[in-house]
Design a protein around this ligand. Structure first.
Ligand SMILES: [Zn+2]
Ligand SMILES: [Zn+2]
Length: 831
């Protein structure tokens, strides 16, 4: 059987996809005695067609999974669909198609696209979060967490999107107080809501970040900032005839330098403390702030502005009365919504003090004996720790010691204490939407809120619903759903009509893959012991503070429930860059620069697309789509094809006769082994698929450059061709299978390359680089040898003497002298 000379991906790819499927090649658990690796990519929301971002994330994950399988691991590489959520519901509002119908159709189409790309998923584990068999476990977790007090019902200030007509998460509120999804203005609304007490896990989630060494630092930094622990103190400043103003400060050591206090414009005390003569001006300012965007108000470059309330408050440490102002840069939501201002030691306070001519008093010196200029002469605020000055009994203490002592003093006197504050808020997760998991509680007139008993799960989302996108939640208008009986007293009751945020679905899907068909529990703890945590998690960096935080939170809850055994869900995180359009801009219909995987597979085949994605840049970097580069990679595969075709005679060359000493074919062998090393290194550690693919291109060039003559040459070519197919396999798996089978011939027909071991390399062949050394006899060039850079005279002489042409000139002569110039030449002086 001779192979087709022309590279035709469309005949090859479906054939190997079928073979892999028939063989169950990618089923997890096939190697029970091997070490496990769990490779996971963030599952897709099944929109109509796959976009290039999906193509990139699954191609990266698949290269990793295929490589690990070839390294002998038992690999779990599952896929499913994040199928609930707003897009399908919003689309239904526009065209009336039911979200369930649309989602099912989309899943069918999306699955087919994924299959065409030849990803090595274990399809038997496929899940879809819109199946009651999945979301019943969301409900189960809800009940467990309600029992444990991790789920609470509260009056919450919620972000209400005026466009989506629903509550959205803090994290979904983007620039200008707008909705991330629909860009409509977001307003604050106080409503009863369900929330997860993720704040109870704030310290754990923060501490855990230190152990996530294989997560990108920018992601852990973003999480650290989002969790936002501040260590400080609350201090009460008395206001005669009013409640005291409680300020939160992380620098109580500077309190003797406080020369004014500032309230947020929204602070409830503003109206009460403002003196009648100032009221009109203060109200106007408050009103203006209400209409100003938060980021605009508090941005680093925003001008500091404020207004005096006419009131004074007493600094409890000094007994001094300080004026109370309101200012644009203080927010009600941070700390207590009130701050003490220390202009000498805070730049913002300094700018404000200069503008409004408020006193500036230095109370921290950089070191004992140092003196900063007087307040009025300070160039900029001194914000570092130092030694306290002009601070009464605390003068002379270091800042850290002073903070402890002063917090303790405040506590003993009853006007304050040490306090830790967090940026992280509880996760309000009830949504006034239809296409989500029903929240399993009922409202009974006699018993109040009653959880649905576990045995009655799932509470199924009714298919019949009128989705208008306005007013009441759609479920409220489905009487068959709403009207039920109270599980406690049996009297009529109403079901909860709100549904869960879809971030609930994605918080634990990684665990559902372990036993996706188990209908008695969310996951099998034995399987969790085998497979968790995820070893490599691949997805977009935009999920840093939403999904990835919830995912870590939920894993901890699962551990508390005895379902999993470790704190963190994923050991390593790989975040991939964007695929931009050919013009370097983000792909968008508006700019007409959208390229999708489907048509590219039609034109070039999956392998070329996969190669492009992996070759264009390392995973974390953005790439620009390039037709030329894609065509170049298609041509590369064609070149690979032709060299296999041209070298078919080498496939059967005897193994034993590999060239060891010199010549082109030793150089080819060295190239082969160096390529194995290079590609292997690119699969590990930093993930540099691109340099691995570049090395494969060089190997192909080297194969074209040499013409095998004897069996030894052919054996070297065969070695190179086998390595090439094997190394190509994680990147262009279909072509690699085809080529590998050509080389191994009928003997290997039942085996799959996907199952073959990853090649190893011979250290001695890659150890040092070789140099070409000129061989002269009596000063005349008679040949060349290839020798390791470090080779000495003896080694080079031995190599030279074994060269055919050199030997001819030496035979029958006496070597009188040898001149050796390392790395350059060897000259035999004969007579
Ligand atoms: Zn919206
Ligand atoms: Zn009842």
């Amino acid at each position: 059987m001779s192979m087709n000379e022309r590279y035709d991906p469309h005949s090859i790819e479906p054939r190997w996809q079928r073979r892999w499927e028939e063989a169950g090649a990618f089923r997890a658990g096939r190697r029970p005695s091997a070490e496990k690796r769990y490779v996971l990519e963030m599952f897709p929301y099944p929109s109509g067609a796959m976009h290039m971002g999906h193509g990139r994330v699954y191609t990266i994950g698949d290269a990793i999974a295929r490589h690990l399988r070839m390294r002998g691991y038992d690999v779990l590489h599952p896929i499913g669909f994040d199928a609930l959520g707003l897009p399908a519901e919003n689309a239904a509002i526009k065209d009336g198609q039911h979200p369930a119908t649309r989602t099912r159709e989309n899943i069918v189409a999306f699955r087919a696209e994924l299959k065409r790309l030849g990803y090595s998923f274990d399809w038997e584990r496929e899940i879809a979060t819109c199946d009651p068999e999945y979301y019943r476990w969301n409900q189960w977790f809800f009940l467990k967490m309600l029992e444990k007090g991790i789920v609470v019902r509260r009056q919450g200030k919620a972000n209400w999107c005026t466009g989506c007509q629903t509550v959205i998460a803090n994290e979904q509120v983007v620039d200008d107080n707008r909705c991330e999804r629909c860009e409509s203005p977001v307003v604050e609304k106080v409503i009863p809501e369900w929330a997860f007490r993720i704040t109870a896990y704030a310290q754990q989630l923060l501490d855990g970040l230190d152990r996530l060494k294989d997560w990108p630092e920018r992601i852990t930094t973003m999480q650290r900032n989002w969790i936002g622990r501040s260590d400080g103190a609350d201090v009460d400043f008395a206001v005669p005839g009013q409640d005291p103003i409680r300020v939160f400060t992380t620098r109580i050591d500077t309190i003797f330098g406080c020369t004014y206090a500032v309230l947020a414009p929204e602070h409830p005390l503003v109206e009460r403390v403002t003196t009648p003569d100032r009221l009109a001006e203060v109200r106007a300012f408050v009103e203006r702030m209400r209409r100003t965007d938060v980021l605009e108000r508090t941005g680093e470059n925003a001008p500091k502005e404020g207004v005096f309330t006419g009131a004074h408050a007493v600094n409890p440490f000094t007994g001094e009365r300080v004026p109370v102002w309101i200012a644009n840069f203080v927010l009600a939501g941070y700390g207590t919504g009130a701050v003490m201002s220390v202009p000498a030691h805070d730049q913002r306070d300094l700018e404000f003090a200069r503008k409004y001519r408020l006193p500036i008093r230095v109370v921290i010196q950089p070191a004992r004996g140092d003196r900063l200029p007087a307040g009025e002469d300070l160039e900029k605020a001194y914000t570092e720790d130092g030694v306290l000055d002009a601070s009464g009994p605390f003068t002379g203490l270091g800042s850290a010691e002073a903070r402890r002592g002063m917090s303790a003093h405040a506590e003993s006197k009853g006007f304050g204490k040490a306090e830790v504050r967090w940026h992280l808020r509880d996760w309000g997760f009830s949504r006034q939407r239809y296409w989500g998991t029903p929240i399993p509680v009922v409202y009974c007139d006699a018993d109040g809120i009653v959880p649905v008993p576990e045995r009655d799960l799932p509470v199924v989302l009714p298919e019949k619903a009128i989705i208008t996108g306005t007013g009441e939640p759609p479920l409220a208008k489905v009487p068959e759903f709403v009207n039920t009986t109270c599980p406690r007293c049996g009297k009529p009751a109403r079901r909860e009509v709100e549904t869960m945020d879809t971030f609930v679905d994605s918080s634990w899907y990684h665990a559902r893959y372990l036993s996706p068909k188990d209908d008695s529990r969310p996951l099998d703890p034995e399987m969790a012991r085998r497979w968790l945590p995820v070893d490599v998690y691949v997805g977009g960096p935009e999920h840093a503070v939403m999904h990835l935080l919830y995912f870590r939170f939920w894993h901890r809850v699962m551990r508390e429930l005895g379902l999993v055994h470790e704190d963190e869900p994923a050991r390593r995180l790989v975040t991939q860059g964007i695929v931009n359009g050919p013009d370097g801009r983000k792909m968008s219909k508006r700019w007409g620069n959208v390229v999708t995987p489907g048509p590219m597979v039609d034109r070039f085949g999956a392998d070329t697309l996969r190669l492009f994605i992996l070759f264009a840049a390392p995973p974390e970097k953005d790439i620009d789509w390039s037709d030329e580069q894609v065509e170049g990679l298609f041509r590369f595969l064609g070149r690979v094809w032709r060299i296999y075709h041209a070298r078919q005679d080498c496939f059967r060359a005897p193994d034993a006769a590999l060239p060891q000493a010199t010549g082109d074919f030793l150089e080819l062998r060295r190239r082969t082994h160096r390529t194995v090393k290079k590609v292997t290194e690119g699969m590990e550690g930093e993930l540099k698929f691109n340099t691995g693919i570049a090395a494969l291109m060089e190997l192909v060039n080297a194969l074209y450059a040499c013409e095998p003559k004897g069996d030894a040459d052919r054996a070297a070519v065969r070695e190179a061709l086998l390595a090439l197919a094997t190394l190509l396999s994680p990147f262009a798996p279909h072509a690699a299978e085809e080529l590998w089978h050509e080389v191994v011939g009928p003997a290997g027909r039942d085996r799959l390359l996907a199952d073959e071991p990853w090649p190893s390399f011979d250290e001695s062949l890659v150890a040092a680089d070789n140099v070409t050394i000129a061989v002269q006899v009596n000063g005349k060039l008679r040949g060349e040898v290839l020798a390791p850079v470090a080779a000495g005279e003896a080694e080079v002489r031995a190599l030279a003497e074994s060269e055919e042409r050199v030997r001819a000139h030496l035979s029958g002569k006496t070597i009188r002298k040898v001149v050796f110039v390392p790395k350059r030449l060897i000259n035999f002086v004969v007579g």
